[in-house]
Design a protein around this ligand. Structure first.
Ligand code: GLU
Length: 420
């Protein structure tokens, strides 16, 4: 196997270890395995921005296309201080498996700019987004590569990207990004899609385990777009939300938090910290609280070899990308914890992105109820399929999900052959 030191990072080592393990299990053709270990193309750009203080700061950005065997590439754009080439490359690889697993006609991609978006003003964020989009303009397009929101980016980021791309084309091109505001071609239900998809998957998981989701005790790490929606929907459905955290810290009440009041508290204060009637808990300690379902919905590698044996949850639902390291995976499996892997658990976002893209290409928009029903069907079907694969092969759900995703991409390579 060829070495690829330029992509080295913790998450990339995790992604490669997962691929290598599953390739061996699938007895994948070694030529195709070798090709899947590398991104198809990766671009590094510098993004100079005139800051509000008057000086110029240069940010580093990336866009990586992992694989194009199944179609144009798809994947989010993140603004975070942890962004580097290795992380973005690993996340692009995960998107390849995720899209293939969900039966979407896409390869995987990812982008990122290394910055702290919380320290940038709206003007600086707009300039950063527009200049970054201009620097990667040849890498994106409705039938080439379609960005979407991820950590630190949102609907507004996508509106600026779409506008910047459209200005270079002399016409509106809604299909170049997904996760846009509805007024400029976004889809009903996209904002809630990742959180809602997690809930659908959890219902299916509970059913397969012969349990009832209602009344279960849930802990959510992360109260952004994904964690807050999952928490609210589960709370509406009669689950006890015992703990929630965000970047600043967490709150814990085993009798249950009122998620609507907590949301109001966050709107007023900017954080869950200080919510009345709950004990403070750190972002690390919240993972180890006693609960039925733990939802890591923040950043990668938070469950690792040093804390995995203290996780008390029966189910870990991976809302974030890559929250569990391979060493922790083994420990959780040995402790009988059911891990619903990221590429299945958080795929609701990219599934509704696909709906948005299809609606945009047809200039015909569906009702929210239709979006939710189709999302539910795809999430439930995919979970059942992964569950069966895992049972049949005697493996955990992550291995089952990767086996399905990776083998689909590999089949596409076999059928297309190697150019020239
Ligand atoms: N950023 C999300 C993910 O990691 C969504 C990607 C998309 O919608 O293209 O799956």
């Amino acid at each position: 196997m060829t070495d690829s030191p330029e992509f080295d990072s913790e998450l990339h080592r995790t992604a490669l270890a997962q691929l290598d393990r599953v390739a061996a299990r699938l007895a994948l053709d070694s030529d195709i395995h070798e090709r899947l270990r590398f991104p198809r193309r990766a671009l590094v750009v510098s993004v100079p921005i005139r800051m509000d203080r008057g000086d110029t700061e240069v940010f580093i950005g990336y866009r990586v296309h992992h694989n194009t065997a199944l179609g144009p590439t798809k994947g989010g754009l993140r603004y975070d201080l942890g962004v580097n080439l290795g992380e973005v490359t690993a996340l692009a690889m995960l998107m390849s498996w995720k899209c293939a697993l969900m039966g979407l006609p896409y390869g995987g991609a990812k982008g990122g700019v290394r910055c702290n978006p919380r320290e940038l003003s709206p003007r600086e964020l707009e300039h950063l987004t527009r200049r970054y989009t201009t620097e990667i303009i040849h890498m994106i397009g409705p039938d080439l590569d379609i960005p979407a929101p991820d950590l630190g980016t949102d609907e507004q980021t996508m509106a600026w990207m779409m506008d910047t791309y459209s200005m270079t084309q002399g016409k509106s091109v809604p299909g170049v990004v997904t996760g846009k505001p509805i007024i400029v071609g976004g889809s009903a239900g996209r904002r809630e899609a990742t959180g809602r998809g997690i809930v659908f998957v959890l219902y299916q998981a509970a059913k397969s385990l012969g349990q009832e989701l209602r009344g279960k005790k849930i802990v959510v790490q992360g109260f952004g777009n994904v964690g807050s929606v999952a928490a609210r929907l589960l709370w509406n459905d009669g689950c006890t939300i015992a703990g929630i955290s965000d970047v600043k810290g967490g709150v814990w009440n085993p009798a249950g938090l009122d998620v609507r009041q907590l949301q109001d508290h966050v709107t007023q204060t900017g954080s869950v910290v200080g919510f009345p009637g709950a004990e403070p808990v750190t972002n690390e300690a919240i993972l180890e609280q006693p609960c039925d379902v733990l939802i890591p919905a923040a950043v990668d590698s938070v469950i690792h070899a040093r804390n995995a044996d203290r996780i008390k949850a029966l189910i870990v639902a991976e809302a974030a990308n890559g929250p569990t390291t391979p060493e922790a995976d083994v420990i959780l499996r040995d402790h009988g914890v059911t891990v619903i892997p990221d590429i299945l658990c958080n795929a609701g976002g990219v599934v509704v992105s696909y709906f948005e893209w299809v609606q945009g290409l047809q200039y015909y928009f569906w009702k929210e109820s239709e979006i939710i029903a189709r999302l539910q069907e795809i999430m439930a079907r995919s979970f059942t399929s992964v569950w069966r694969t895992a049972q049949k092969s005697g493996v955990d759900l992550r291995t089952g999900a990767l086996m399905e995703g990776i083998s689909r991409v590999a089949d596409a390579h076999v059928s297309r052959g190697l150019y020239p």
